[in-house]
Design a protein around this ligand. Structure first.
Ligand SMILES: [Zn+2]
Length: 355
């Protein structure tokens, strides 16, 4: 009897060790101002949101991080936020580098996604997209979730589409009006496909990550007016690479992120109004995939939060940014391996509506 406790303790230590491994990991892969964000769930399932540009470079960078850093042998799910080349262009080349499972998009447009009668790049690249060797194709609409496995003992995990094609989820009955309503004027109508981007919210326990693709100003406003359909988030992927056509302060102040990660390029993104909107959140930490080398030099305050410096184009080392959310989802660590930066943040208590 006196030794009976030892195996129990041993079992408890083992359980803790394996739980610790069941992290949620997010990688922002450098596609030089394109979109390519890789998520790996506690069960080891992978979701790539956007596939960068065509032409070899970005698909190779994605496959490298997926295989060599995240240890994946396939991409279980790929989601295309909208039909601009820096988001869907790499898809057709990916299956030759790493197998692709289910492909999700917001519905293939019949003509140019930007409503242009003559849109040659679209017609060429759309054929490649439709011919891509993927497992299955699924259309996502507001309210849909991507089915994900959850290991025993892990917090709840949900990847939900909050909107697509400017149609958003219904508010929860009784949800209060957003007190920020009417504080920011609208911009002229955006007839590009940016306005139609799929909006994703990943929730892991209390941890919440927002990825809105290239959602633009008036669509961003619609998402949080008159009620805030997103709620507060821990981590905000900066919409549209940090361009000024997006990052409406109404959205950013409604989400109040603790951390923002921008998938910008050396001369793309980090727009002043976008940076100002982010900086209006007290204590926010802004990470950038690239240093902005334009004359305006709009950059985050600490160079260690920038993964790639200078402008090397295709010969850029393409360093990534990683977020690891602890197995219990109570805290998360942002890492910039190229600068040695690592900082852990506490997940904010859940103060949101809905499930
Ligand atoms: Zn884009």
């Amino acid at each position: 009897m006196k030794f009976s406790l030892a195996p129990l303790l041993f079992a408890a230590v083992l359980a803790t060790a394996s739980a610790r491994d069941k992290t949620l990991d997010i990688y922002w892969i450098d596609s030089e101002g394109g979109g390519s964000t890789l998520l790996v769930t506690p069960a080891g399932e992978s979701i790539l949101v956007d596939t960068g540009n065509p032409g070899g470079r970005d698909p190779q960078r994605i496959a490298k991080v997926a295989k060599d850093v995240a240890g994946l042998t396939r991409l279980d799910h790929v989601i295309i936020s909208h039909f601009h080349i820096d988001h869907f262009g790499g898809l057709a080349e990916l299956p030759a580098l790493i197998p692709v499972g289910v492909l999700y998009d917001k519905g293939f447009p019949e003509g140019s996604p930007d409503g242009k009668p003559q849109d040659l790049p679209w017609s060429v690249n759309s054929k490649r997209y439709l011919g891509a060797q993927v497992g299955k194709r699924v259309v996502l609409a507001a309210g849909d979730t991507v089915p994900l496995r959850v290991p025993d003992g892990s917090p709840a995990l949900q990847l939900r589409c909050l909107g697509a094609n400017q149609r958003f989820i219904d508010p929860t009955p009784g949800q209060p009006q957003n007190p920020l309503n009417g504080t920011v004027p609208a911009k002229p109508v955006d007839s590009s496909d940016n306005a139609n981007s799929i909006v994703l919210l990943l929730q892991f326990g209390d941890f919440r990550f927002f990825n809105g693709g290239d959602l633009s100003w008036n669509s961003e406003a619609k998402l949080v007016s008159s009620v805030n359909l997103v709620g507060l988030v821990d981590l905000y992927q900066v919409n549209h690479h940090g361009l000024e056509a997006s990052n409406n302060p109404l959205l950013i102040r409604s989400l109040e992120p603790t951390v923002a990660v921008m998938n910008n390029g050396p001369t793309k993104g980090t727009g002043k109004s976008a940076m100002d909107a982010l900086r209006s959140i007290p204590g926010i930490q802004i990470y950038q995939i690239h240093e902005n080398i334009r004359e305006d030099k709009e950059n985050t305050s600490d160079p260690n939060l920038i993964a790639n410096h200078g402008n090397l184009g295709d010969s850029c080392a393409a360093h990534y940014i990683q977020c690891t959310v602890a197995a219990d989802a109570k805290h998360y660590t942002l890492k910039v391996p190229s600068t040695g930066h690592a900082l852990t943040y506490v997940t904010r208590p859940r103060l949101n509506w809905g499930e």
